[in-house]
Design a protein around this ligand. Structure first.
Ligand code: NAD
Length: 525
């Protein structure tokens, strides 16, 4: 049906498209919550009606298996659209701040208003979820939107262009396609918010362009997301989930486990568990490269070359995988052990199906290793010991802190998705997307009688009016005598408390049981 040919938007047309979207905003259509809901319903049907076409397009772009396209991309987009649709009535309502003696009489209200005409620039790796997902939030919040999908997935971007222009009101939503030249032109224009998802390198270009107009920017970036393995973890589950996180979409996932830190005397056990899982995942390993629809390819020859180069230069030991077929953009799922801190695989975000295992002395060294690097987008720990999990989470920083799971947390309803520092700024999905595209407009409506109370504010100033300002001086709590005692970051005291309560409970239960037993024995005796 679709030609799936990606046509770049003529650079000269781009300012006109922006102006038309501004006119669409000025039309006031999206002031109506009902109209926003109508557009969200159209978006939901855009996705549902074309599920197979999306799957085919992503298969054409990346040989991506249907399961991955559905589970990780298209269905989460539909879910996100429905979350916006089902909540927009509530979220768009004005809210009142807490009671304040001074200001409540002035009827303070927070109005939830759209920012205006916004720009969403998205990456190639989850092209639908990261383009149409945020669009749902932008529509729910009442903005008109320009989408700039990735040129690296031409079939999917062409399909989204066709469908957005067919299903949605084009006064309100448009798509512009292209590479650096087109995006540079787009970024020369003024927008009311930019949501950029992609690499840190391009994020700096986007931020610099936005700064020229003082445009607010949300940056959803990547980086090296580490995994810490505690030898006391559920080994089989850990190996299975981590390897899946690395092979899904051929590792081209912003929250993919990038590398694993494992205590060195546990490395062999962990690697053997990964090997076992690898055999389960791909029993026909030799044929795997030729099996269509079984395994995603790297997105472009350049991406293949980059990951292949990192792998070919490693000084670690390849445990399994390692096959590279450049003409097919194929890199086998690969595990490399004994990887040193300065290895080629540790130089940059891998964004491919290669998992380096970095041996460390213990969990403390793993934490130190992470803290010496950029704050990651996700940090994973596999452990059955709450003490270990708490220690890791309390002594590190990252976009998300996840125990015993990988990759799927961005889809968790109600959780914000975003990075910190070099892994991003701001957050989205669900209510957080709505808020990202919403201006909280403070509003008061002050009655005339208020001036009987604060008439001192008006000139001409005099001593009695100046003295009256002291009525605003609030009483303070007692002056502190010194800094309070601070518990360690590991939260050790809490743990003692928990163990103490548990021990107490066991002792009480034990006491009751033994006294009942004694009573029973006494009765039968
Ligand atoms: P990319 O930065 O190369 O491209 C993203 C977008 O930027 C594309 O639309 C592209 O056309 C545009 N672009 C590229 N060069 C540009 C330039 N010079 N000027 C202006 N625009 C330009 O990213 P990618 O390769 O598509 O995606 C991979 C990166 O995205 C990884 O780092 C990954 O971690 C990150 N990512 C982050 C998230 C997240 O939610 N945090 C999600 C997915 C991917």
């Amino acid at each position: 049906m679709s030609t799936n040919e990606l046509v770049y938007t003529p650079v000269d047309d781009i300012p006109k498209i922006r102006d038309e979207l501004r006119a669409g905003f000025a039309s006031g259509k999206l002031k109506s919550i009902e109209y926003r809901k109508y557009q969200l319903k159209q978006l939901a049907y855009l996705i549902k009606d074309n599920l197979e076409r999306f799957q085919d397009a992503m298969n054409k772009d990346m040989s991506r298996p249907v399961l991955e396209s559905r589970f990780l991309d298209v269905l989460p987009t539909l879910n996100e659209t429905l979350v916006q649709l089902n909540n927009v009535d509530e979220w768009a309502k004005p809210t009142k701040p807490p009671f304040s003696l001074n200001f409540t009489p002035m009827r303070p209200v927070i109005r939830k208003e759209p920012k205006g005409t916004v720009l969403i620039i998205s990456p190639f790796n989850y092209p639908v979820f990261l383009t149409l997902g945020p669009l749902a939030g932008a529509i729910a919040a009442g903005n008109t939107t320009l989408l700039k999908p990735s040129e690296s997935t031409p079939a999917t971007s062409a399909l989204m262009t066709e469908l957005v222009h067919k299903y949605l009101d084009n006064e309100l939503v448009r798509v512009a396609n292209g590479g650096v030249a087109e995006t540079t032109k787009i970024l020369e224009l003024q927008w009311d918010h930019i949501l950029y998802t992609g690499s840190g390198r391009v994020a700096k270009i986007v931020s610099a362009a936005a700064a020229k107009h003082l445009t607010p920017v949300t940056l959803e970036l990547g980086g090296k997301s580490p995994v810490i393995i505690d030898p006391g973890c559920d080994l089989k589950t850990a190996a299975k989930r981590i390897l899946w996180g690395k092979v899904a979409n051929a590792g081209q996932t912003c929250v993919a486990p990038d590398y694993v830190l494992v205590p060195k005397d546990f490395q062999e056990t962990f690697v053997n568990a990964l090997k076992e899982v690898y055999e389960e995942f791909y029993p026909d390993a030799e044929k795997r490269a030729g099996v269509p629809g079984a395994y995603t390819r790297l997105v472009t020859p350049q991406a293949t070359e980059r990951v292949a180069g990192m792998l070919e230069n490693t000084k670690g030991t390849v445990v399994f995988g390692g096959d590279i077929n450049r003409s097919d953009k194929f890199i086998a799922p690969t595990v490399v052990k004994d990887v040193k801190h300065d290895d080629s695989l540790m130089s940059d975000e891998i964004f491919g199906p290669v998992l380096p295992i970095v041996p460390v002395e213990n969990i403390d060294e793993a934490i130190k290793f992470i803290n010496e690097r950029d704050h990651p987008l996700a940090l994973y720990v596999f452990s059955q010991d709450d003490k270990v999990k708490t220690k890791v989470f309390n002594n590190t920083q990252s976009g998300a802190a996840v125990a015993n799971e990988v990759v799927i947390h961005p889809g968790a309803d109600g959780l914000p998705f975003g990075g910190i520092g070099p892994s991003g700024q701001g957050m989205h999905t669900g209510k957080y997307s709505f808020d990202l595209f919403t201006h909280l407009r403070s509003s008061l409506d002050s009655p005339s009688w208020i001036d009987y109370i604060i008439k001192f504010r008006f000139p001409p100033y005099n001593a009695s009016k100046t003295d009256a300002t002291m009525r605003l001086l609030k009483s303070l709590p007692a002056r502190p005598k010194g800094p309070p005692a601070v518990a360690g970051a590991a939260g050790a005291s809490k743990w003692w408390g928990k163990w103490f309560i548990l021990a107490l409970a066991v002792a009480v239960a034990g006491g009751l049981t033994s006294s009942r037993l004694k009573t029973g024995i006494a009765r039968t005796a």
